[in-house]
Design a protein. Structure first.
Ligand SMILES: Cc1cc2nc3c(=O)[nH]c(=O)nc-3n(C[C@H](O)[C@H](O)[C@H](O)COP(=O)(O)OP(=O)(O)OC[C@H]3O[C@@H](n4cnc5c(N)ncnc54)[C@H](O)[C@@H]3O)c2cc1C
Length: 391
């Protein structure tokens, strides 16, 4: 089955494509080589994101009065498709997690204080949900917030907090009533990372990068006016944030590009008189079929959203399949490139083979953990989706 745009969507797609080509450029042929796309230049990225913000395209689902574009689901989908196809940055970190949460549950003061600077990249945010004993079972979190006059006093620890070392603010959940059932004693707070008593310690990941951190709170004072929603009802505010965390088409597009790179590599080897074996060719063919499935799962999610529905099992299928596929693709890349794929460009060295299969593989490992592990997604599909009994 082939999916075609309606005439209106086709016009919208060409508007977006022209804008992207004019302001970001088209991917260079080098991007089709084996290996990761290099990080974009920071100044170029920031200028590009400002241009998106001017049009409301940085937060396409937000209402216009908050700087969004009030786009339909299908318009957002086309925009996202075109930006990802061009390898252009689509958003500022956390913008589409905490922004809509404040919009839905925040006070007018919170909206006025936080939404404009978020949109214009003037502040960086991090997400303080996971704790050492509370990841999948997030509602068991133990960080305590005790009311003291106009403040809460915060004590406890968060973990795996991406970007905390660069963040100005954290959106987080803390326990305000330890005697209530676990989902009902939690409040959702906005915390300035400059508050006295906040300590950030780096955690180095498998690929030797500093992405996430541990964050400790020792008698940190958070004004009560920084609570989003009612006291002890923060779990329900937090689940709004989690709903916004599920994405879709980006994974399918990235898989598509990676499979193209694998194909180019195999072709290049053949024309250099060093063809890969038939078994490897078949492995690439398997990845191509799986990429098509991944794309179809994204379309299922989008079509539910376009009809005004809320994808549930379908979003879990999409997340689980896409993240596991990214690992299979980079596994195939490692098979194909062998020892050459283990190469890692040392800092400052100009010469680069363009093949970083091992690095690619390591960067896909967390995909099946972050934003709900594969096991949790399978549980959702089995119980909520198929109605199977809990074990
Ligand atoms: C790259 C990355 C970035 C992250 N960024 C952030 C961030 O910015 N902010 C933040 O708050 N968190 C962040 N996280 C944390 C992430 O949300 C958690 O790692 C995730 O929810 C899993 O929790 P856990 O690590 O505590 O594992 P656990 O929940 O302890 O799970 C351990 C294992 O047990 C399995 N398991 C758990 N429960 C069940 C069950 N009921 N049935 C079957 N199997 C089960 C899991 O699937 C997993 O394999 C990040 C994680 C990664 C990898």
């Amino acid at each position: 089955m082939r999916f075609n745009d309606t005439p209106e969507l086709a016009t919208w797609r060409s508007t977006v494509r022209d804008f992207v080509h004019e302001n970001w450029g088209v991917p260079k042929p080098a991007d089709e080589d084996m290996g990761m796309e290099g990080p974009a230049d920071e100044t170029k990225t920031s200028a590009w994101l400002d241009k998106l913000a001017e049009r409301g395209w940085l937060a396409p689902a937000w209402p216009k009065k908050y700087g969004g574009a009030d786009m339909s689901v299908l318009e957002q989908f086309v925009l996202s498709q075109e930006l990802h196809e061009a390898g252009a940055p689509v958003s500022r970190q956390m913008l589409n997690l905490v922004g809509p949460t404040i919009m839905l549950h925040g006070t007018d003061e919170q909206k006025a204080e936080h939404l404009p600077p978020m949109l214009h990249g003037e502040v960086a945010w991090c997400q303080g949900f996971s704790e050492p004993g509370s990841g999948s079972d997030l509602a068991s979190l133990q960080t305590r917030a005790v009311r003291d006059g106009d403040d809460y006093v915060l004590n406890g620890q968060k973990i795996w907090t991406s970007g905390a070392h660069r963040a100005d603010w954290m959106f987080m959940m803390a326990r305000t009533d330890p005697d209530a059932p676990k989902h009902r004693g939690i409040s959702y707070l906005l915390l300035s990372m400059k508050s006295p008593g906040v300590t950030v310690r780096p955690l180095i990941n498998l690929a030797d990068g500093h992405v996430f951190n541990e964050v400790f709170f020792e008698d940190v004072r958070v004004p009560v006016r920084n609570r989003v929603g009612e006291e002890n009802r923060g779990w329900y505010v937090g689940t709004t944030t989690l709903d916004f965390e599920r994405s879709n088409i980006a994974r399918a597009i990235s898989a598509h590009k990676s499979v193209n790179r694998l194909g180019n590599y195999v072709r290049g080897r053949a024309s250099a008189g060093n063809p890969v074996s038939a078994a490897y060719r078949m492995e690439v063919a398997d990845r191509a079929v799986e990429t098509a499935i991944c794309e179809l799962l994204s379309f299922v999610v989008i079509s539910i959203q376009a009809r005004g529905g809320v994808p549930n099992m379908e979003a879990s299928m999409c997340k689980m399949y896409g993240s596991e596929l990214s690992q299979r693709i980079s596994w195939t890349e490692m098979h194909l490139t062998g020892l050459k794929g283990q190469y890692r460009k040392p800092q400052g060295l100009e010469q680069d083979t363009g093949i970083h299969a091992a690095m690619d593989y390591m960067t896909t490992v967390p995909a099946t953990i972050a934003a709900g592990t594969s096991e949790i997604q399978r549980n959702i599909i089995a119980t909520r989706g198929l109605g199977l009994p809990r074990g």
